[in-house]
Design a protein around this ligand. Structure first.
Ligand SMILES: C[S@@+](CC[C@H](N)C(=O)[O-])C[C@H]1O[C@@H](n2cnc3c(N)ncnc32)[C@H](O)[C@@H]1O
Length: 418
């Protein structure tokens, strides 16, 4: 293969193979090695400098052979060719598509080590993004490490000559190349049981699709729902939640009782009597935490989700919670809760909180904030604003909602300084 015409042949030639020792992992789950290279391209250069090489699927402590395919300004990228000295934590991946499929990054690592690395990555983000050294509690493990996902969204591209080429997920590292995935070991058994028929029907009806499709598979009461507008049901401990199958709901139901209990304990610590659930979706936290508070107010931009939050409160006999369908910052216009007795749960989408919301939140000044996020990078960015506004970081507790993948949920607990 020839190099890309923009390939820069320094510090490595195209497809040069080098043996390296991996030091750490990036937050994308990619192995990072620091190697010595000549300090400049001058002939006869004797000085060396450290250079970063990224190698996917290589584990910390391993010696591996990598083949370089790209040199950037301050790092290089290589493919993993051979593991020369394996890590004691390396295991056989369960899925034959591991490495090709973009869904999982950690199937080749034993579970306790996955959780340890996720914990460490949160600590590193805390340092790099928020500039603080603070202990991170060990990530809470998922009770199920396989067959835990209650939602799967296999996709396919526009059929060619009336034929669908593959139904599945993006290939690892690619943006529009879909790998055919007939079974997925992190999806619940119900999904894997239903997948063959769904795939067969899609192939049979291929001529009807004028563009690519993302299919929905949502487990609800032992069955799989594929209609976005259908009602799905999930039990969390003694509580029952209904929501539109296509709307957001946390998709590892097995860890949710521990997750919501932790949020309840942290939000009510210090005697807060009132709760605001910002970005409340169909009311998971508002409804789960309501018994620990006198009054609860939820806010959610999706009207259907806010309607379901109201219905979920009613069907679980929660009478102290109200919900507003609006952008999150609007909640501070109408609540009359005393700020020094109010806790706010904040669970925004991956992009984090916007400035308008944060300014309104800080102007209100609740005594406690429990910030939950599936994207610790934006969470740590926002954390800086909390610290600047006088909040004190109490606890950082990751939860592993997504075993075998690089993803996690992280809970950051803050109290207002004096
Ligand atoms: C990560 S989900 C959390 C939902 C809920 N807390 C749960 O765990 O089920 C984020 C939610 O924020 C909502 N959202 C997005 N932007 C918003 C905004 N500006 N104001 C209020 N809600 C918003 C989305 O519709 C989604 O329901």
């Amino acid at each position: 293969m020839r190099p890309h015409k923009k390939f820069v042949p320094f510090p490595f030639e195209y497809h040069q193979e080098i043996d390296i020792t991996v030091d750490s992992l990036s937050n994308l789950g990619v192995g990072i090695a620091k190697v010595d290279i000549p300090a400049s391209q001058e002939e006869g250069e004797t000085e060396t400098t450290k250079w970063v090489v990224f190698v996917p699927f290589a584990l910390p402590g391993e010696k591996v052979r990598t083949r370089i395919f790209r040199n950037d300004n301050n790092c290089s990228q290589g493919d993993l060719i051979e593991v020369l000295e394996p890590s004691p934590h390396r295991i056989e991946p369960k899925c034959s598509l591991f490495g090709e499929c973009g869904g999982c990054q950690y199937q080749h690592v034993d579970y306790p080590t996955q959780v340890k690395w996720k914990t460490r990555q949160v600590g590193e983000l805390l340092q790099h993004m928020a500039g603080i050294d603070h202990p991170v509690l060990p990530a809470i493990e998922s009770p199920r490490q396989w067959n835990y996902r209650s939602k799967l969204t296999p996709h396919f591209q526009k059929p060619k000559n009336g034929k669908i080429t593959s139904i599945g997920f993006l290939r690892n590292g690619q943006r529009n190349n879909i790998l055919d995935v007939p079974q997925c070991p992190i999806a619940m058994e119900e999904i894997n049981d239903a997948l063959p028929l769904l795939r067969k029907l899609a192939h049979q009806n291929a001529k009807e699709y004028k563009k690519g499709v993302t299919m929905l598979m949502r487990v609800t009461e032992g069955k799989v729902e594929t209609n976005h507008r259908a009602i799905a049901t999930e039990k969390v401990g003694d509580l029952t939640f209904n929501f539109l199958a296509g709307d957001f709901f946390q998709n590892n139901p097995f860890i949710l009782p521990a997750f919501t209990q932790y949020a309840a304990d942290q939000a009510s610590k210090g005697g807060a009597k009132y709760l605001v659930d910002a970005y409340c979706g169909s009311g998971l936290f508002a409804v789960s935490l309501a018994s620990s508070f006198e009054k609860v107010a939820g806010v959610e931009v999706s009207e259907t989700a806010a309607d379901w939050a109201r219905a979920n409160a009613r069907q679980n006999n929660i009478t102290n919670a109200t919900f507003k369908a609006a952008s999150a910052e609007a909640i501070f216009e109408d609540i009359d809760f005393p700020a020094d007795e109010t806790a706010v749960v904040i669970d925004p989408p991956r992009k984090g909180c916007d400035e308008v919301f944060l300014n309104q939140l800080f102007a209100f000044g609740p005594s406690r904030c429990v910030y939950i996020s599936c994207n610790p990078s934006t969470q740590m960015r926002d954390l800086k604003s909390f610290l600047d506004a006088g909040y004190i970081l109490e606890e950082v507790q990751p939860f592993d909602l997504f075993p075998q993948t690089r993803h996690l949920e992280c809970v950051v607990v803050l109290r207002k300084g004096k």
